[in-house]
Ligand binder design. Structure first.
Ligand SMILES: [Zn+2]
Length: 471
C-alpha cells in the first residue's frame, strides 16, 4: 500500500491508495518506500547550479534540460515505461501462474496439514503468499535499482537497498496477512455479498493507513527537526503556514536524510491529525533556493487545504463500490471456468468435489488469490481513470502552491518554473513524454505541462486575485 504521501514529484497518490490497499495487492507492501517502487528512482547530480537551470522564455518549453541530461532523460523515460509495463504484466502473470500451476491450492493444503486452527492456516498462507510474490518481483526490482544507480539518481548501495527491501517485506508480513485474512473471512461468511462487506472495511483501513504511515518512516530514513540546521527555512515556512492556515508548528517540520540514498529532490506532507507533518529532504533544503522549497511546501499544503485526501477517499468509496461489484462478477466467472482445474475447492490432494461440494470456490485461500488477480486486472485497466483524477488534484495543488507564495517571494511565476526545472533535472524527467503514456501512467501532469502552466499563471497581473486566496 502506497500511503497517500504526496511527494511533489515522486508519487503521490491519494487515489491509487484504494485499489492497492483493498487488494493489499502483492505488488505493494505496507510500509513507506523511499519512492514508488515501480518508478525507477528518479535522479541526479544536484549541483548547486541546478536551481538556476536554464529557464527558456519560449512559451512551450518552460522546462528544459541541457543536451547531455536531455539524452539521459529520454533514455531513462523509455526504460521507466518498459519497467512499469513489464512490472504490471508480470504481477498479473505471477498470480495467474500461482493459480494455474495449482501452487496456491497446494500451499493451502500444506497449511492445513501443518496446523489445525483455521485462522493460523490463513495467516501462514498469506504470509507465504506475500513472500513468494515479493521474491517474484525481486529481479525487476533489482534491475530498476541498477538503472537508478547507473543514471546517478540513486546513490544507495546494494546492501542498504536489500536491507530496506527486507524491512519492507517484514512490514508486509506483519500487516498484510491479518488484513488479507479479514477479507478472506468476509468472503467465507458472505459468499454472495462479500464484495459489499469488503467495500465497507476498505475505507476505514485506508484512513488508518494514512494516519499511521509516518510512524514507520523512521525505519527507512533518518529524520531530525528541520529547525536544527535550517532555522531560517523554518521561519520562512511558517510564513506559508500562516498564509495557508495549515496547522503545522515548527516541531512537526522534519529534515529527512535522503542524501544517503538518492540525489532526488522532494518535500512532502504526510499523516493525518496528530501525525501530520512536513518533511523536507536534505537533498532539497539548502540545495535549491528556499523560495522554491516554499513553493513545493505550498503545493503540499494545497493537498491538505483543498481536502484532497478526504475527497480522494470519497471518490474511491463510490468508485470501489462498483469496482468491487464488477470484480465479484468477474471472479465468479473465473472460478466457474477454472475452479475445478485450479483446485479452488480447498480439497487439494484429496477427492475433488469442485463446485458440487457446496464450498464456494472463492471462499478458500486459493480462491482468494483469484480475487486478488481480478482486482489487479481492474487496477491495471482503470489506471487511466485513477491517474486522471490524481493529475487533476496535482494541478490544483500546483495552482494553490503558486498562490500560496504570492507576496512571500518576489516572483511566484519564476520561482515555480525554477522549482519544476530543479525537480525535473533532479529526477531526469523527460521534457516531452508521449501524451498517451502521460494519460495512462502519470499520476502528476508532466513536468513540462506543469512548468508551462506556472510560467503563464499570473492572476494578479491586472489587480486580480487567485482562485484560492483573496490577494
Ligand atoms: Zn502533489
Amino acid at each position: 500500500m502506497n500511503f497517500a504521501r504526496c511527494a511533489m514529484f515522486a508519487g503521490c497518490l491519494v487515489l491509487q491508495l484504494p485499489l492497492q490497499l483493498a487488494a493489499v495487492a502483492p505488488r505493494t507492501g505496507p510500509g513507506p518506500k523511499v519512492a514508488p517502487r515501480i518508478v525507477v528512482q528518479p535522479v541526479p547530480s544536484l549541483p548547486s547550479q541546478a536551481s538556476s537551470a536554464p529557464v527558456s522564455a519560449k512559451p512551450q518549453q518552460a522546462y528544459t534540460l541541457p543536451p547531455d541530461k536531455l539524452a539521459k532523460a529520454i533514455a531513462l523515460g523509455r526504460i521507466r515505461n518498459i519497467i512499469g509495463l513489464v512490472s504490471a504484466l508480470w504481477g498479473l502473470a505471477v498470480l495467474w501462474l500461482l493459480l494455474a500451476t495449482r501452487a496456491a491450492a497446494g500451499l493451502e493444503a500444506w497449511t492445513q496439514r501443518i496446523c489445525r486452527q483455521l485462522w493460523l492456516q490463513g495467516l501462514i498462507f498469506f504470509a507465504a503468499f506475500l513472500v513468494i510474490t515479493s521474491l517474484a518481483d525481486l529481479p525487476l526490482d533489482i534491475y530498476a535499482h541498477h538503472v537508478s544507480r547507473s543514471y546517478g539518481i540513486s546513490v544507495e548501495g546494494w546492501a542498504s537497498w536489500l536491507f530496506d527491501m527486507g524491512k519492507g517485506l517484514g512490514l508486509s508480513i506483519l500487516f498484510g496477512p491479518p488484513i488479507l485474512l479479514l477479507f478472506n473471512w468476509i468472503v467465507r461468511h458472505w459468499p454472495r455479498r462479500y464484495w459489499l462487506g469488503a467495500w465497507a472495511v476498505t475505507l476505514p483501513l485506508m484512513v488508518l493507513s494514512v494516519f499511521i504511515a509516518p510512524l514507520f518512516e523512521p525505519m527507512f530514513n533518518q529524520y531530525e527537526p528541520l529547525a536544527k540546521n535550517h532555522p531560517a527555512l523554518v521561519a520562512e515556512l511558517e510564513t506559508v503556514v500562516a498564509r495557508t492556515g495549515t496547522d503545522i508548528p515548527p516541531d512537526r517540520m522534519f529534515l529527512m536524510k535522503a542524501s544517503e540514498k538518492t540525489n532526488g529532490l522532494n518535500a512532502y506532507v504526510s499523516g493525518l491529525g496528530a501525525t501530520k507533518r512536513i518533511v523536507v529532504w536534505d537533498t532539497t533544503a539548502g540545495r535549491i533556493p528556499d523560495d522554491e522549497v516554499l513553493f513545493i511546501f505550498g503545493h503540499e499544503s494545497g493537498h491538505y487545504v483543498l481536502h484532497h485526501i478526504p475527497k480522494g477517499l470519497a471518490v474511491a468509496a463510490v468508485g470501489l463500490f462498483f469496482v468491487y461489484w464488477a470484480c465479484a462478477g468477474f471472479a465468479a466467472w473465473v472460478a466457474r471456468h477454472f475452479g475445478v482445474r485450479w483446485r479452488l475447492d480447498g480439497q487439494h490432494g484429496s477427492q475433488i468435489h469442485g463446485q458440487e461440494s457446496g464450498i464456494a470456490p472463492l471462499s478458500t485461500r486459493a480462491g482468494f488469490v483469484v480475487l486478488l488477480f481480478v482486482l489487479s486486472v481492474a487496477g491495471f485497466v482503470l489506471a487511466p481513470i485513477d491517474n486522471t483524477l490524481s493529475r487533476y488534484f496535482e494541478h490544483q495543488a500546483d495552482v494553490y502552491g503558486q498562490e500560496a507564495i504570492h507576496g512571500l517571494v518576489p516572483d511566484p511565476q519564476k520561482t515555480a518554473v525554477a522549482a519544476f526545472n530543479a525537480l525535473g533535472q533532479a529526477w531526469l524527467e523527460d521534457p516531452n513524454p508521449s501524451p498517451f503514456i502521460e494519460f495512462w501512467t502519470y499520476s502528476h501532469p508532466s513536468t513540462q505541462t506543469r512548468a508551462n502552466f506556472a510560467s503563464h499563471y499570473d492572476p494578479w497581473a491586472n489587480g486580480g486575485h487567485g482562485e484560492f486566496f483573496d490577494k
